[in-house]
Design a protein around this ligand. Structure first.
Ligand code: F6P
Length: 532
């Protein structure tokens, strides 16, 4: 990547000038009027994902400048370094190789992934562990006594598997209930435990580091509950997914599936962390999921920049964030099974690129990741779409829809698709009522992703697409997208505060924390009074 902050690259200045002359006042309606083939020019078929980018505030001159920025920032070399296994996560001195986990396509007609020679031994190891995980998943599927599977994990050890299991719920095996517990708030675990019988439950303790407070607390409580219920055979009912096999063994878990430090937490769904999904959709389904992602990896690795969907999306993200000044993007999945997709993308994008310094530690002085948020359509329409249409901020919307549903109910899917298309249309076209309450300014940008249907392959491709677009914007900004130091300070302080809640020691605290602690401690004291 470039050693210079992105704002000092020549293309950045050219883009600033372009924004003043042809960006600020760009009008989508005029763009369509002057180019009847705009849809064809601005849509792209990537593996399993068709993307219509035509309703974005961009023209070909601006895109050419953004491509210059990509070249000047060293995007291609950075991408190639990832696929060569170089330690591009420089602050942790780690390679970034989640793509290697999906490098063996299930479908032999897929293009072969060229795994560099020096990585082939590692690739074999990956495939060996993968086979063990998938064999275990098949054993769980065949074990009728195991009716409930509880995944205990947080962040990347929760959001990915939970989102994917929900997304593919129509393909999930009947007779197995999957639960996800992430929050240290005991309300969550206790409400799941109420539904379980110890002898019918498998607990999966998922933690890359096996040091995460929330997960360890929940796992301890689950184990205590299991023993209290007379559960026998912890080894059969608890399994760990972690890179820290020793810590899992200390915890008393014998069955453990490992992975590698070069798999970031938010990129770990493809590793052993995907076990809940493998149990839900089976080994064949999971391999198809990997194959879909692999096809997108190949597209990202080999397609020319201007025909490369992750690249095009990453360029747009930078154009919107840094030149238009848009601070968020709405995610609008028109598929109710994609309920947790926005939450998954929040971690993927905001934990990766929510940073203010570049990889060399220099302050960037410009915006990076904005806020990613959303809910499935059409529910969002009846909540916050008002703001998307008439609010004071422009918020680009990213629609996802499928052509073919997996249900048979008449009259639903056409109406769903009509809503999605109409919303995108209304955002762009607007409606004139100058000065009136029915005025829609229009010219509000959106992208539209269309999948044939929601399958393991298409979901895998969609997620890999999102991973790589985050890679692209991160590379353009010159930041390290693969560390997450920003979450550490809160963890350290929480330990201190917990100690103080136990000891009642308040010295040296800031005024607000001290005041709140006094309230909490007074309540604890009250609860200790007889008759409370
Ligand atoms: O707190 C952030 C984080 O480190 C995420 O990056 C990670 O996905 C999550 O915590 C959970 O970590 P682990 O899998 O190690 O428990």
């Amino acid at each position: 990547m470039s050693q210079l902050p992105c704002t000092q690259l020549p293309a950045w200045s050219a883009l600033s000038r372009r924004f003043e002359s042809h960006g600020r006042d760009f009008d989508l309606r005029e763009a369509f009027a002057s180019d009847p083939k705009r849809f064809d020019h601005w849509s792209l078929q990537a593996p399993f994902v068709f993307a219509d980018l035509s309703k974005n505030l961009i023209d070909s001159t601006t895109e050419a400048l953004l491509l210059d920025l990509a070249r000047e920032s060293g995007l291609q070399a950075h991408r190639d370094a990832m696929f060569a296994g170089e330690r591009i996560n420089n602050t942790e001195q780690r390679a970034v190789m989640h793509w290697l986990l999906r490098a063996a396509p299930a479908d032999p007609s897929m293009p072969a992934q060229s795994v560099h020679k020096h990585m082939q031994a590692l690739h074999h190891e990956v495939q060996h562990v993968q086979s063990q995980v998938l064999e275990f998943a098949e054993r769980v599927r065949a074990d009728d006594a195991l009716t409930d599977i509880v995944n205990i994990g947080i962040g990347g050890s929760d959001l990915g598997p939970q989102m994917a299991v929900r997304a593919l719920s129509d393909q999930c095996m009947p007779g197995k209930r999957l639960h996800f517990v992430s929050n240290i708030d005991g309300h969550e675990l206790s409400s799941v435990l109420k539904q379980l019988r110890a002898q019918n439950t498998l607990f999966i303790v998922a933690s890359k580091t096996f040091t995460t407070l929330e997960t360890l607390r929940n796992a301890e409580s689950a184990k205590a509950w299991f023993l209290e219920q007379g559960g026998a055979g912890v080894e059969r009912h608890f399994v760990a997914l972690t890179t820290n096999v020793a810590a899992a063994a200390d915890f008393g878990i014998e069955t453990c599936f490992g992975f590698w430090d070069w798999v970031g937490g938010r990129f770990s769904l493809w590793s052993a962390i995907g076990l809940p999904l493998a149990i839900a959709i089976g080994a064949k389904g999971f391999r198809a999921f990997l194959a879909g992602a692999h096809a997108m990896d190949e597209h990202f690795r080999t397609a020319p920049l201007q025909a490369n969907l992750p690249v095009r999306l990453g360029l747009l993200d930078v154009w919107y964030r840094n030149f238009h000044g848009f601070t968020s993007r709405n995610i609008a999945p028109y598929h109710s099974h994609l309920q947790r997709y926005p939450a998954y993308l929040q971690q993927l994008e905001m934990e990766s690129n929510g940073k203010s310094v570049n990889a060399s530690g220099q302050l960037l002085g410009t915006g990076t990741a904005g806020v990613v948020w959303g809910e499935p359509g059409t529910n969002g329409q009846h909540a916050y779409f008002q703001m998307l249409h008439q609010g004071s901020d422009v918020i680009p919307v990213e629609f996802v829809a499928v052509k073919t549903p997996t249900h048979q109910l008449a009259g639903h899917h056409d109406a769903l698709l009509a809503n999605a298309l109409a919303q995108a249309q209304a955002l762009m076209l607007g409606q004139a009522d100058p000065g009136g309450h029915r005025h829609f300014p229009g010219n509000r940008p959106s992208s539209f992703f269309l999948l044939e249907s929601l399958t393991p392959q298409s979901l895998g491709a969609l997620l890999a697409l999102q991973e790589h677009r985050v890679f692209v914007s991160g590379a353009l900004w010159g930041i390290n997208s693969f560390d997450q130091w920003g979450v550490e300070l809160g963890k350290v302080l929480a330990k201190d505060v917990l100690g103080r809640i136990h000891s009642g020691r308040l010295d040296g605290l800031d005024g607000s924390t001290e005041g709140l602690m006094r309230q909490i401690l007074a309540n604890t004291a009250k609860q200790d009074e007889p008759g409370f």
